[in-house]
Ligand binder design. Structure first.
Ligand code: NBY
Length: 780
């Protein structure tokens, strides 16, 4: 019998705060609705027998849970009606903070995987860290990024349950801390499966030292507590390289060890002390190298606590673990100073040494020449090489898009591919259509409902049936109505949050993602400036130009000075363009603050053009590209990451592809590339690049723009000039952008392209991805 969530909510509110739904504050309502829903999910939240997958990830960028969970439970409509009846705005929960326990694509992918596994009935649990503070909140002051702490639990955390009884001890050298799990149900669509996201919180054994307290040594009295709590205090805000910080290594070991102890304990309870069949009970996926220390930790547990021989333990680890690589950037391949590693993890280090020795013996047996060994060794030049350990000690290494996996095999990890070709495989990323279509774009979902039914909610390939609608004028008219409505909603949201009135009737061109040189937001800005000059000077016809909003959203890692310089530059550009009455009817540049999952849910459905302009060969996959496609935007992009597969699925005629391909970039890197030759030959390129230093814009005296200029024209000790080939692609990019603009004026033909994108987005569901992992890697 279906229980009434309204009655339950009313009961919780009455008990907790003696209020009715109409009287409750947003936070009280949020807690009551969440508690009521959690209660309704309780019966389904049981552990099924059989093999389970543990997805180990330092990041889960889940965003706001309440609407997504209600949607999957089939309760969203009911709750919206309940709020309406009580005279409460259905968007009341937009005040609730996102759970931003991740940086970007890698963390969001983990969250999409949780949703897909639960929906597809794959027995997968997420394991990670319950950071007290998630990714910093961003605001702009005079166009510069500023950061503040993200206290995401400010309104409570009603979706998690503290499991005191499952706490474990994690030992670092002389320090022991308690790892206490907080479990959040992961509710599959239709609620047939409810999996678990288990996040560990670090706590002391003793809240404070009473003797020190009595001696009035207050700081010393809480030192142990602070040192323990520091471990899960805050998410590191870098989305590329590890800073090599001691606390970061402690975080990695903290959740890896706690998670494995959890599995070992459950295995022992179910199967006794013989761990030879551990891999039949658990598959453990390592989300990048961040949890790789789990490998020597399992070896340690098997040898020291289960009495296994080292060689047998290695076999168990090999069968249990699999590794996903998310980057080919050589500087991003994680390594730790050996001394630091040994100092922090003295109990684990011996097992790393044994693995390294085993690797060296294996290389010798396989006839790898002595001179080559240093390219493979786990312990080499004073460092512990995590990716090498992850490839050597697991049965699977996968990339996240076809091109990315090919680059891993051909170059980045070529030597490993030669040694273990059978271990390498591709799993192209995906996104969950529940959050990114049904929830974010109910208007488009309703249109799809009428056209092809609702089967796409759990089988996205059914969108293919939409293809004929691209030729149906009535359908296209409705599609355009939806876009208009989503732009109107976005404009209202942007006005509220940025105080800027966005032109809702303009073409909407969007680049949202972390701020990185390789993602080339600066190229986008240069092209906007070139368009601005073109319009002002008559090179581009005003009469033919479709008015355009250029929207950016991006956080820069707080220590990434160049990325922060690019943010300032774009904000300066926005001031120039938006302040010029001469172009106000044609262009608007908006950089929204604090771009996050919830903002993405507003922006992506409204977009016409998806900017995916990374230097070919640098973006492993991308996932926002898939979210835009699913919501009917065309891709303006390079042949990089999953863009290639997107263009292949939708047909290249429905995207705007430009620029050097990965093979050309590789050739230029080999044979030499001279951006200054482009600048000399192409006045338009020269002019926009010079804007960094000729007084067009001000960096407030920080020298940031001059440094950016130098990075393009001179390079630095660690890289050549224009490392990401902006000048190589500049004119082609501007041309492609103008082509989009021209095509947009035929609204119906453009809408048809958009609809063909939706119709062919089926393979980019994370349901497809997760089922491939389950079949090929986890065998569940
Ligand atoms: O992973 C991203 C890739 O750039 C993107 O192309 C891909 O689609 C996505 C999912 O596969 N990588 C990413 O987001 N990486 C990080 O966020 C990250 C975070 C921390 C660290 C390194 C990378 N770290 O070393 O601490």
């Amino acid at each position: 019998m279906k229980r009434d969530i309204q009655i339950l909510t009313g009961q919780v509110l009455a008990a907790d705060c003696r209020k009715t739904i109409a009287q409750a504050t947003p936070r009280e309502l949020y807690n009551a609705v969440s508690k009521a829903a959690l209660d309704l999910a309780a019966d389904a939240w049981k552990r099924a027998p059989g093999k389970r997958v543990a997805y180990l990830s330092a990041e889960f960028l889940v965003g706001r849970l309440v609407y997504a969970n209600l949607l999957n439970m089939g309760r969203l409509g009911e709750v919206q009606q309940m709020l309406l009846d009580a005279g409460v705005d259905a968007n009341v929960f937009e005040e609730i903070e996102d759970a931003a326990l991740g940086n970007g694509g890698l963390g969001r992918l983990a969250a999409c995987f949780l949703d897909s596994a639960a929906t597809q009935g794959v027995p997968l649990d997420g394991y990670g860290i319950r950071y007290q503070y998630g990714l910093f909140r961003q605001y702009f002051e005079d166009g510069f990024q500023k950061e503040t702490a993200d206290d995401w639990q400010r309104f409570g955390d009603p979706w998690s349950v503290r499991r005191e009884e499952d706490a474990v001890t994690v030992q670092f050298g002389g320090q022991a801390v308690r790892a206490v799990p907080y479990d959040t149900p992961v509710i599959g669509y239709g609620m047939k499966t409810v999996n678990t996201l288990r996040l560990w919180q670090a706590e002391p054994f003793q809240a404070f030292d009473f003797n020190l307290f009595n001696a009035q040594k207050y700081a010393a009295a809480v030192r142990e507590r602070d040192a323990a709590e520091d471990i899960s205090r805050v998410l590191y805000p870098n989305d590329d390289t590890d800073a090599g910080k001691r606390l970061r290594l402690k975080q990695q070991y903290f959740f890896s060890s706690a998670s494995l102890q959890d599995m070992v304990r459950a295995y022992r309870a179910a199967h006794g002390g013989d761990f030879t069949h551990f891999a039949d009970a658990y598959a453990v996926q390592l989300n990048d190298t961040h949890p790789t220390v789990a490998i020597p930790e399992l070896l340690r547990l098997l040898v020291e606590e289960a009495g296994m021989r080292f060689a047998d333990a290695v076999q168990v680890a090999h069968d249990t673990f699999a590794y996903t690589n998310h980057t080919i950037m050589p500087e991003a391949l994680e390594k730790w100073d050996q001394k630091l590693f040994r100092g922090v993890l003295p109990r684990v280090y011996p097992y790393v040494k044994k693995l390294d020795a085993l690797l060296r013996r294996t290389l010798e047996q396989r006839g790898v020449p002595m001179g080559e060994v240093s390219r493979y060794a786990i312990l080499e030049d004073g460092m512990v090489h995590m990716a090498r350990m992850a490839i050597f000690a697991t049965h699977s290494t996968n990339g996240v898009a076809r091109l990315h996996t090919e680059i891993l095999k051909d170059t980045a990890l070529h030597e490993w591919y030669e040694l273990y070709p059978e271990r390498f495989n591709n799993k192209t990323n995906g996104v969950t259509q529940r959050r990114w279509l049904a929830l974010a774009n109910p208007e488009l979902a309703a249109l799809l409902h009428d056209a092809v039914g609702d089967g796409w909610l759990t089988d996205l390939s059914q969108l293919k049936r939409l293809e004929p609608c691209a030729d149906d004028p009535a359908f296209l008219a409705r599609f355009m109505d939806v876009k208009r409505e989503k732009k109107r909603q976005l404009a209202a949201y942007v006005e509220k949050h940025e105080g800027v009135r966005l032109h809702a009737d303009f073409l909407l061109d969007v680049q949202v993602k972390r701020l990185h040189e390789y993602k080339r937001q600066l190229l986008n800005a240069f092209s906007i400036l070139d368009t601005y000059y073109g319009l002002k000077e008559g090179r581009i016809s005003r009469a033919d130009f479709a008015p355009t909003v250029y929207l950016f959203g991006a956080k820069a890692a707080p220590g990434y000075v160049r990325a922060k310089g690019i943010i300032k530059y774009i904000n300066e550009l926005a001031e120039l363009v938006n302040g010029d009455a001469d172009v106000n009817g044609l262009m608007q540049v908006v950089f929204v603050q604090n771009y996050n999952v919830s903002y993405a849910e507003k922006i992506i459905p409204a977009a016409d053009v998806s900017e995916q302009i990374s230097t070919a060969g640098t973006e492993a996959s991308g996932t926002s590209n898939m979210k835009f496609m699913l919501n009917g935007a065309v891709t303006l992009g390079t042949l990089d990451g999953a863009n290639i597969e997107i263009a292949e699925q939708a047909g290249a005629e429905n995207e705007y592809i430009f620029g050097a391909r990965a093979d050309e970039i590789a050739r230029l890197q080999e044979d030499g590339y001279d951006p200054n030759a482009v600048l000399a030959a192409e006045p338009r390129a020269k002019r926009v690049v010079e804007s960094l230093v000729d007084g067009t814009f001000s960096d407030g005296g920080t020298g940031m723009f001059r440094e950016l200029y130098a990075s393009l024209t001179e390079g630095a000790s660690w890289h050549k000039p224009d490392h990401y080939f902006l000048m190589r692609d500049f004119i082609e990019y501007c041309d492609a952008r103008l082509a989009v603009n021209r095509d947009y004026r035929d609204a119906r033909a453009f809408a048809a392209k958009c609809v063909r994108n939706v119709a062919n987005a089926g393979v980019f569901s994370s349901d497809r991805t997760i089922l491939e992992y389950a079949r090929d890697i986890w065998h569940v």
